[in-house]
Design a protein around this ligand. Sequence first.
Ligand code: PEP
Length: 259
Amino acid sequence: MTTTQKIRRLVLGNWKMHGSLAANGQLLAAIRSGWNQSSHAAACDVGVCVPFPYLAQAESALTDSDIAWGAQDLSVHDQGAYTGEVSGAMLAEFGCRYVLVGHSERRAMHGETSQLVAEKAKAALGAGLTPVVCVGETLAEREAGRTLAVIGEQLAPVLALGKEAVAALVLAYEPVWAIGTGKTASPEQAQEVHAAMRAAVAQAGCPGVRLLYGGSVKAANAASLFAMPDIDGGLIGGASLVAEEFLRIAEAGATTRSA
Ligand code: PEP
């Protein structure tokens, strides 16, 4: 199922646990000036999700630019005795617009369940942030023919948050086997899952939810992915650490027309 509604593209970087004050300073300045000079800046939303300690640096470097910033996780709690946790309200104080929730690295390494991921999405919305909810199957699940079932299971508690919540979030399909491996899903493989996700959000009354694809997206393959009718942008890991690559992906987001 495809939507006829025109959905504004979003290209979002996920820096993961990379960076230093010096390296970030150069990267943020290069992205800011490159996107500022781009004739396409008005046609695609762009943002970077940085490690917590660098939020103040991102805020200072990107304020009054066309580039938003955000974090890679948040607590389900508002405040309290939760050592090491960071609340949505704290992220909002640093001007964050986006926060990733349920990235496969957190599901795999920190035992985050789909129910917890939905609770984090709710906490993010409560703090005025846009949660970017990540879903994706492992290679074993794909090979067992379970891809759409797994995506459905991961989405179910998020969709159960209700229409108002679903309308305010972003979903990212990131096949686990494609993250950081150099193996990108083919545009057709990605589109098949995105079409199913579109059907699910449409059934929840929100056909216009942005559906990002993530997994080894580079400047060289971005346009073919963004040409798919239900891919509304990308969540970019490794390539978001190289200003020129990231800017070219963002330009592809701005200029590629859906088939
Ligand atoms: C990610 O970590 O969200 C991601 C998509 O990584 P990469 O682009 O490096 O595969």
